[in-house]
Design a protein around this ligand. Structure first.
Ligand code: SF4
Ligand code: SF4
Length: 222
């Protein structure tokens, strides 16, 4: 999932620039799951803004309307009536959702309430970790299901750098060495010898360095 966290309240207020005729839009998918942008967080943000505006003598007209997803035009359409009445939309979605809202409602100021962090998941209560850098050409089948691009600090594809100590990464002892994990996993699977195969330099043309990526499924096009 996409992991995000809420911007500091002060920053959200600065982003709003006094635009308090507001539609607050939580997203009930990824950002709700990581407790950053769901309905509860939307209501809490609305309450905090009400208190802030009361303390500063600013008027606030604010509605909270959750969407199941903000990265999908069908769901965004559900907002049309409420959006028409607001000056600004404060989105609690990831950056994808914010941009989809801005494209659909170009006459509104669409403001992100969250910082979108990475693609990952929950590893312990209150902890989320990155697992995929979205490279577009997955190598997990040769690395025992552990991503060296994301989890090795140097993105190495042909074994460890030599700085690993007691299974920890040399850049941070709090981080396990991805290559130690890969070797351990491949040993467990009885496939350690497969790591002797040299991985050719990665073809990054599927990565994000070349601008906008687009996926076309001809079989699904109308
Ligand atoms: S190899 Fe690429 S697609 Fe696969 S998990 Fe790593 S970054 Fe993601
Ligand atoms: S210590 Fe391990 S995870 Fe860290 S950079 Fe070296 S190989 Fe990668």
């Amino acid at each position: 999932m996409i992991v995000a966290e809420q911007k500091p309240f002060k920053e959200i207020v600065e982003c709003l620039r006094g635009k308090y005729d507001l539609l607050i839009v939580p997203c009930m998918s990824c950002t709700a799951v990581c407790f950053a942008g769901g309905s509860q967080q939307g209501e809490e943000l609305a309450s905090a803004l009400r208190i802030h505006c009361k303390m500063h003598g600013d008027g606030l007209n604010c509605t909270v309307r959750s969407l199941n997803r903000q990265c999908d035009p069908e769901f965004i359409e559900e907002l049309a009536e409420e959006a028409a009445k607001a000056d600004s939309i404060l989105s609690l979605a990831c950056g994808v959702g914010v941009q989809f809202l801005a494209e659909r409602y170009p006459d509104k100021a669409v403001i992100p309430a969250l910082n979108t962090r990475f693609a990952g998941g929950k590893t312990a209560p209150g902890i989320w970790e990155e697992r995929c850098s979205l490279c577009g050409n997955c190598v997990l089948h040769v690395t025992g299901g552990i991503c060296p691009i994301t989890r090795c600090a140097k993105g190495l594809l042909n074994g460890p750098c030599g700085g690993s100590e007691q299974g920890r990464c040399e850049i941070d002892p709090n981080v396990p060495c991805a290559w130690q994990m890969i070797i351990d996993r491949m040993s467990t699977l009885g496939r350690l010898d497969e790591l002797l195969a040299i991985q050719r330099p990665k073809d990054w043309s599927t990565g994000n360095a070349g601008g906008l990526r687009r996926l076309v499924r001809e079989d699904l096009r109308g």
